[in-house]
Design a protein around this ligand. Structure first.
Ligand code: SF4
Length: 255
């Protein structure tokens, strides 16, 4: 890792220092600082928060790789939005797909839609379609930028601006940690940022088609994700410890 760590600072201490620095910057400033630190990768699910970050990267021409996990089970609207966003900002969004051998092995063991039957089967599907491609997307990265916000769910209520991901040995930066959904919507409207039309149809949080439903009035933003599971297991594993995703331990939400 060639991260520009100030002398005497380890990565956890550096993340703590960054956390304070980032708080005092605007979105473009946060992203620019992230890009200065080392090779930075932003992983987008094309959700409304992620579109705000992609727009900032594209508008300010920041040297940040934009990548997405094309799971093979996305809504058509999401897939269409990848191309629309690339055209709008004149950028390439790198697609990371699951391996066909992994999908075949999963289907043989659990059935193609086995994720409804058990938490183990669901985590195994996310492992094949998301976690393994994420590993390829982050290969060689020193900085991982995400669209996590504190207001998205109880699990994310303490999301910092910067954290050390010891599992992947990189600094994770969440430049929208302190934005609420109203601020996100206002920014999208002001900047005419393209977003998934499904948001207007009751889908504030959009993942794979079989695992996402519209929410009802008053429900939390992520209530439509893996709605048949309880709150403790309802994360895809991108932001939890790897062993939890494989069903080998209790989910450890990070941050
Ligand atoms: Fe599989 Fe559903 Fe996870 Fe997508 S969200 S990878 S379909 S279990």
């Amino acid at each position: 890792m060639t991260l520009q760590t100030p002398a005497g600072l380890g990565h956890p201490e550096m993340a703590a220092t960054l956390d304070t620095q980032l708080e005092n910057l605007d979105l473009a400033g946060r992203l620019a600082l992230a890009a200065e630190l080392g090779r930075a990768v932003f992983t987008t699910s094309l959700g409304i928060e992620d579109q705000v970050i992609t727009a900032a990267i594209g508008t300010h021409r920041l040297p940040i790789t934009v990548a997405t996990l094309e799971t093979g089970r996305l809504f058509k609207e999401t897939v269409d939005l990848i191309a629309e966003t690339e055209e709008r900002y004149g950028m390439a969004i790198q697609r990371f797909l699951p391996e066909q051998d992994d999908i075949d092995a999963y289907a043989a063991k659990y059935g193609l839609n086995g994720f409804y039957d058990s938490v183990e089967a669901r985590h195994a599907c996310c492992h094949v379609r998301k976690l393994k491609p994420l590993g390829r997307a982050l290969a060689g990265a020193e900085i991982w930028i995400t669209g996590l916000r504190r207001g998205q769910s109880g699990n994310r209520a303490t999301t910092p601006f910067a954290d050390y991901d010891s599992e992947r040995n990189l600094i994770k930066i969440n430049p929208l940690a302190d934005w609420d959904i109203e601020a996100i919507r206002a920014h999208v409207a002001a900047e005419s940022i393209p977003v998934n039309p499904m948001h207007a149809r009751g889908y504030p949080s959009i993942g794979c088609e079989p695992c996402t439903r519209a929410i009802k009035a008053g429900e939390p933003e992520r209530a439509g994700r893996w709605w048949w599971e309880n709150d403790e297991t309802r994360e895809c594993g991108l932001h939890v410890a790897e062993n939890a995703v494989r069903g080998e331990g209790e989910p450890v939400v990070a941050p």
